[in-house]
Each structure stands twice: as structure tokens, then as C-alpha cells.
Design a binder for this molecule. Structure first.
Ligand SMILES: Nc1ncnc2c1ncn2[C@@H]1O[C@H](COP(=O)(O)OP(=O)(O)O)[C@@H](O)[C@H]1O
Ligand SMILES: [Mg+2]
Length: 461
């Protein structure tokens, strides 16, 4: 790592160089502002030690120049060296974004420690930023493919909502229309992008378990609560929590959720203290909430709270003009992924896709293209490569049965476990893909993997 030492006192420069070289750093020196900036240009350092009082300029303007220089790129931490008389300016420098300051005469050990800390911090920040921009590239709003008016409206709303202070958002739409994608885009387009995005599917878990997943529990609060556990509300603090299939949440848990939304605070199960959180809650459902309200299965007050901002994810049959674009998108994706030379689709095949009704929406289209890319034998997908209606619900009748129940019956859980294992084997352990093979969400398959002991480590990300 390179360090630039800027100080007009030769002795200070010398002692800093001695020490920092011993620590394994490469040290460059400058005795005034002008040479500091030219040294900075010549060989951009990883850190600058900057004296506040220089013969030709003051440290503050050098600090500003350095910051201007590094704007947008990786930050270069600046540690201010200050004499007693310039402590005020050092404070000013901190406000401008200097990492820290040391007062003359300084202790070399302390200074070396500050340097280490600054470099560790900037490395960490750089890593976080790289990670965040990677996630933004994969999950930003541009991943929502579609040019129709319906889709543009969704994209505009996602952009607006992500930048807004809205603390709750509801996404409605049929299964497979991209609700997960929308929720992630809202998070990764927002200034919460460097904080956690946590999601949970309310369908997969029974009431107490779901409550404990959401709010955590204190030790001994119920039979299985052997240790204290933090819930997603705590773990996602500062970020976004995505409650998928909110329509399946029990009314009593809905009441607790509403209270925590209104108070921006909650209690762990069995806990007595209110834990404050700053969260954006995105809920999604494919169910008719109004009807659920009438049936007494969904709380009206929660509905009004969630309904402040609603994004409707339109069904694919309502925006058929997006089919070609989606097809191109998925051909490219799967051709790369499976290393297949597939580049295009024949008109007849595309016509077939465009006149289809898409009960499974984009998810179904994606599966159809995946299959065509995998199984087709030419670089241009043909009509016969397109198998539609495979995912449509089977018509009751013996020959349409997916599976015949053996005369002796079977253990349902064994079958379930076997299917989960098979799907994971087929997708080389890719949980998202395995889940799609089974028509499950990733949470749902993870829930089952956990249930069957197929998960080695527990992560929520
Ligand atoms: N507009 C879109 N552009 C690109 N891919 C999409 C779009 N909508 C959905 N998908 C893809 O379709 C699949 C299903 O989407 P998902 O967000 O899980 O739907 P939902 O949550 O509404 O059931 C995912 O693989 C997703 O990436
Ligand atoms: Mg979903």
C-alpha cells in the first residue's frame, strides 16, 4: 500500500517514513501543497497523511482537491496532522470527510494504528460498494423486461417508490408476473441498497413459527425456543423486508404486523422491550384481498395500511407485445447459461407464443424458453420446440394424474423430500432453480430443506 506524507517539517516526514516503511508501506513525501498534488497525480496513494499548515497553501484546500480528484472512484482516506493551534481546522477537515486527525506531537504507535484502521475501513467500504453495485446490476429496475405501457407504468412506479420515503408498499398480481423481481428492484434502487433485503413467504410456515421468524423470540418463550433469536425485523434493520403471500398470514399475526408497522417498533415473542426499527416493508399477494376481507380472513385496517402505495404487476396475457422482448431476453440468458448456440426464434414459434394465454405468466414463458434452448437442435428455435400448457393445471381424470397413488399408499413426506432432493440434484444445488422446478418459491424450498435436514448452514440473505 502507498502512503503519501505531506508535511513541511523534514524531521516529521523522516520519522513517518521510517516507521511506515517498517510497517511494510511504500511512502512518498511532499513538503508543500503543490508537490503534494503532483505526487498524488503521479502515483495515487491509498492513504494521505496531511499536515494542516503548509508553506504555500492550507491543508483544507488540499483535502478538497484530493476529494474532488477521487470523486466517484475509490475513496482515499486522509488523516490530518495538526498542531495545537490548528485543531479548529482539523475539526473542519473532519466535517469535510477526513478520516481522523492526530495532534502534534503524536505518538507513533497511535498513528500507525490510525493508519491501519483507515485502510481497513476504506477496503471494507470498497468491498461493500462493489458488492452493492453487483447486486444493483443483478436486481435493479432494468431487469424488468418490457416496453408496453403497462410495464412502463410499473417501472416508473418502482423508480418513484424506491426513492420515496414510503415505508410500506403492496405488490399485487398473478403468480409469475414478477412480484419478487419488483420487490428486489425497489430495494436495490433505493438508498437502502447497502442494507439487508430479507424475504419470507407467509404460506410456508405455521403461525408461531412465522411470528418467531418475523419478530424473533426470547429464550424459553415457547417449547422450541431454547435460545434467544433475532427475527427478520431486527436483521433487516435499515433495509427492506419482503413479505410474500401476505394474504396467507393469519389474522392474529396480521394484527401484530399492523401494530409494528404503525409504531415502527415490535417486541420479540416473550419479550417486554420495544425494539425500534427503520424498515421498508413490501408485501405481495396474488389473492383477492377484498374478498378475503369479506370472508373475515384479512384485516381491513392492515389492508388500508398496506394499500397506500400499490403496484399492480400485470398478467402477461394483458401485455402480449412484451412477449418478443422477453423471449429474446430469456434466449440470451439460457444460451449463455447452458452454453448452447441458440440465437433466435422462428416466426411461427413466436406467433405460437404470442397467441398463448400464459396462465403461469412470465415464469411459464421463462420455463418454455429454457426447455426450448436445452432441447432444440437448431440455432433458431422452431415451433416444434415450443411445448405449451405443460404447467396448466391437469384436468381431473385418470390419464391426467401426475402420479398414481400406490395401492398401499405412501408417506407423503418421503415423496416431498425425494422431490426436493431430485430437484436440487438436477440443478446442481441451485435453490432458486430447484424451487422453480417444483413451483415453489426459494423460501418454500429452503423451508423444506431445513425441515428435511438438507441445509447445512443457515443464512437468510
Ligand atoms: N418483467 C420481467 N422481466 C424479466 N423477467 C421476469 C419479469 N417478470 C417475471 N420475470 C421472471 O419470471 C419469474 C417469475 O417471477 P417472480 O418475480 O418470481 O413472480 P411472482 O413473484 O409474481 O410469482 C422469475 O424468474 C423472474 O425473473
Ligand atoms: Mg413470488
Amino acid at each position: 500500500m502507498n502512503i503519501l506524507v505531506v508535511d513541511d517539517e523534514k524531521l516529521i516526514r523522516w520519522s513517518l517514513r521510517e516507521r511506515l516503511t517498517k510497517e511494510g508501506f511504500t511512502v512518498a513525501e511532499a513538503e508543500d501543497g503543490k508537490s503534494a498534488l503532483s505526487a498524488f497525480h503521479q502515483e495515487p496513494p491509498d492513504l494521505v497523511l496531511l499536515d494542516m499548515k503548509l508553506p504555500d497553501s492550507d491543508g483544507l484546500s488540499i483535502l478538497r482537491a484530493i476529494q474532488k480528484e477521487t470523486q466517484g472512484g475509490p475513496e482515499v482516506p486522509v488523516i490530518i496532522i495538526t498542531a495545537y493551534s490548528t485543531v479548529d481546522t482539523a475539526v473542519e477537515a473532519m466535517k469535510l470527510g477526513a478520516f481522523d486527525y492526530v495532534a502534534k506531537p503524536f505518538n507513533m504507535d497511535e498513528l500507525a494504528l490510525t493508519v491501519r484502521r483507515a485502510l481497513d475501513t476504506s477496503t471494507l467500504r470498497r468491498e461493500v460498494r462493489a458488492h452493492v453495485s453487483e447486486r444493483q446490476a443483478s436486481f435493479g429496475v432494468h431487469n424488468l423486461v418490457g416496453k408496453t405501457k403497462a410495464m412502463k407504468e410499473v417501472v416508473d412506479l418502482v423508480k418513484k417508490v424506491s426513492q420515496s420515503g414510503a415505508s410500506t408498499v403492496l405488490i399485487r398480481g398473478e403468480s409469475g408476473t414478477g412480484k419478487d423481481l419488483i420487490a428486489k428492484a425497489i430495494h436495490y434502487e433505493s438508498n437502502r441498497a447497502d442494507k439487508p433485503f430479507m424475504n419470507i413467504t407467509c404460506t410456508a410456515l405455521q403461525d408461531t413459527l412465522l411470528e418467531s421468524e418475523l419478530f424473533g423470540h426470547e429464550r424459553g418463550s415457547f417449547t422450541d425456543a431454547k435460545v434467544q433469536k433475532k427475527g427478520l425485523f431486527e436483521l433487516a434493520n435499515g433495509g427492506t423486508i419482503f413479505l410474500d403471500e401476505i394474504g396467507d398470514m393469519s389474522p392474529s399475526l396480521q394484527a401484530k404486523l399492523l401494530r409494528s408497522l404503525e409504531e415502527k417498533a415490535f417486541k420479540r415473542i416473550g419479550g417486554t422491550v420495544d425494539i425500534k426499527v427503520d424498515l421498508r416493508v413490501i408485501a405481495a399477494t396474488n389473492r383477492d384481498l377484498e374478498k378475503l376481507i369479506q370472508e373475515g380472513k384479512f384485516r381491513e385496517d392492515l389492508y388500508y395500511r398496506l394499500n397506500i402505495i400499490t403496484i399492480i404487476s400485470p398478467p402477461l396475457r394483458g401485455r402480449r407485445e412484451d412477449v418478443p422482448m422477453l423471449v429474446t431476453h430469456f434466449i440470451r440468458k439460457f444460451a449463455t447459461e447452458f452454453k448452447r448456440d441458440v440465437r433466435d426464434i422462428a416466426k411461427e414459434a413466436l406467433d405460437k407464443l404470442q397467441s398463448y394465454d400464459w396462465p403461469g405468466n412470465v415464469r411459464e414463458l421463462k420455463n418454455v424458453i429454457e426447455r426450448a434452448v436445452l432441447l432444440g437442435s437448431t440455432p433458431v428455435i422452431q415451433g416444434e420446440d415450443i411445448a405449451l400448457g405443460r404447467t396448466a393445471p391437469p384436468v381431473p381424470g385418470q390419464e391426467d394424474r401426475l402420479l398414481r397413488l400406490p395401492p398401499r399408499g405412501l408417506v407423503f413426506e418421503d415423496l416431498e423430500r425425494d422431490l426436493v432432493v431430485q430437484s436440487l440434484e438436477r440443478t446442481a444445488g441451485n435453490q432458486t432453480k430447484a424451487a422453480e422446478l417444483l413451483g415453489l418459491t426459494r423460501d418454500q424450498i429452503r423451508y423444506r430443506m431445513e425441515k428435511f435436514g438438507l441445509l447445512k448452514t443457515e443464512t437468510h440473505a
